[in-house]
Design a protein around this ligand. Structure first.
Ligand SMILES: [Zn+2]
Length: 411
């Protein structure tokens, strides 16, 4: 592993010695003072992939903790599918889907969790906590179960039932907060400080981004280079911050000559990061970023994004951009992904596809580009979100004659 050389404040740039603090710069506070974990990029081994490790721990040379602390649950190495038919339909040169629904708890959040739980083990922390719209919580609960560590979870009371079921099944101590995600987040932070829990909340703990960035390493390793554009859904900003940081680190370490443009997609009813990015482009302050949030895509229903500063600055550094899409576009994209590629994503998971269509239309993604879409969460997490408005399959008698009659009517 590479021992980090510093934890740096994303706003004022002050550097702190690694592990001297958990979450944010004391001068700037949260969320302005979120920390970046930095390494000695001049000395990353050229052959930094360890192919004998069939998980994200194959990149431990750019992780803050060694594989000896890895929880006993595999994260990473998800499939990258080539989808030429969809590439043609969208009008780009080549298209791949990075299917992060195939993580152990069925969302991309397992990357950040795996590394954060490993750090908790290294630092000797005896309990973890998390606020989440659902997926990060399910992820932490699963990895804590595998590691036999207690965890305390705070979700908004509106979190979908399948996500709550996952939490309860894993044996987490679950609290449903009577309020939106942002209030669950604040409560988890206050409780963690009071009770000494190591908090995995996205955008608060800088280690989460260190796990999230491994999706970029996998894309680079499998393609043998980097594409021109990568598109991903954005809620609190920690996932896209990781995607960008992974590609930027490959360039800083001399492992890649280019950095792809990274594009973020939000729902039009919950688009504080899109608006913060526009402010940044106009030379105005990124913060405060706080707005009402309403969308059927619960995983990206975030009004007060905790990692907005990184999400804005890193995307700008890759020369990427942000777009917002309607709920109807999110549902249509979920169905298109299921029917064209055989991948069942929750509405937020399919946001990258809806976003790419808009990015091509607006000319932000050029037709000569090779593009990777990251699909972040499984449709089994929120089946009603995808299926609303669709007819239910007919009930028929167990009889082939009756079947034939039904088929002449509907198929
Ligand atoms: Zn600071």
């Amino acid at each position: 592993m590479a021992e980090p050389v510093s934890f740096r404040c994303i706003s004022c740039g002050q550097e702190f010695s690694p592990w001297s603090m958990d979450y944010f710069c004391p001068k700037c506070g949260f969320p302005a003072g979120n920390l970046e974990v930095l390494y000695d990029y001049a000395h990353v081994p050229k052959a930094f992939v360890k192919p004998e490790k069939f998980s994200l721990w194959r990149y431990e040379a750019l992780l803050p903790v060694g594989a000896e602390y890895a929880p006993p649950l595999r994260a990473g190495l998800t499939p990258l599918y080539s989808v030429p038919r969809l590439a043609k339909a969208l009008g780009v040169r080549a298209l791949w889907i990075k299917d992060d629904t195939l993580q152990p708890t069925a969302s991309c959040k397992d990357r950040g969790t795996a590394v954060t739980v490993a750090v908790a083990r290294k630092l000797g922390r005896t309990a973890l906590s998390c606020a989440s719209t659902g997926n990060a919580a399910a992820s932490l609960a699963g990895f804590c179960a595998a590691s036999q560590l207690p965890c305390y979870i705070f979700v908004p009371k509106a979190a979908p039932a399948p996500k709550i079921s996952q939490l309860v099944a894993f044996g987490a101590r679950v609290f449903r907060v009577d309020g939106p995600y942002d209030q669950a987040f604040s409560l988890a932070l206050a409780a963690s400080q009071k009770f000494g829990w190591y908090n995995r909340s996205d955008g608060l703990n800088p280690i989460v981004v260190e796990g999230n960035k491994t999706v970029a390493f996998e894309i680079w390793e499998e393609l043998g280079e980097v594409p021109e554009a990568v598109v991903v859904a954005v809620g609190d900003g920690a996932v896209i911050a990781g995607v960008c940081k992974g590609f930027l680190e490959l360039a800083w370490a001399g492992l890649s000559e280019r950095v792809p443009k990274v594009f973020g997609v939000q729902a039009s009813g919950a688009a504080p990061v899109v608006h913060a990015f526009r402010r940044f482009q106009r030379g105005e302050p990124i913060l405060p970023a706080e707005e009402p949030a309403e969308t059927i895509a619960d995983s990206i229903r975030v009004g007060k994004p905790a990692d907005v500063v990184k999400a804005v600055k890193y995307v700008a550094e890759t020369e990427g951009d942000y777009v917002a899409v309607s709920d109807a576009d999110l549902v249509a994209a979920s169905l298109e992904l299921a029917r064209e590629a055989g991948i069942f994503a929750e509405p937020s998971g399919a946001a990258s596809l809806a976003g790419l269509r808009k990015l091509v239309k607006e000319g932000l993604v050029e037709r000569s580009y090779r593009v990777v879409l990251i699909v972040t969460g499984s449709g089994l997490k929120d089946p009603q979100g995808v299926l609303r408005g669709l007819p239910e399959p007919p009930i028929i008698p167990p009889d082939v004659k009756a079947l034939s009659e039904v088929m002449t009517r509907c198929c």
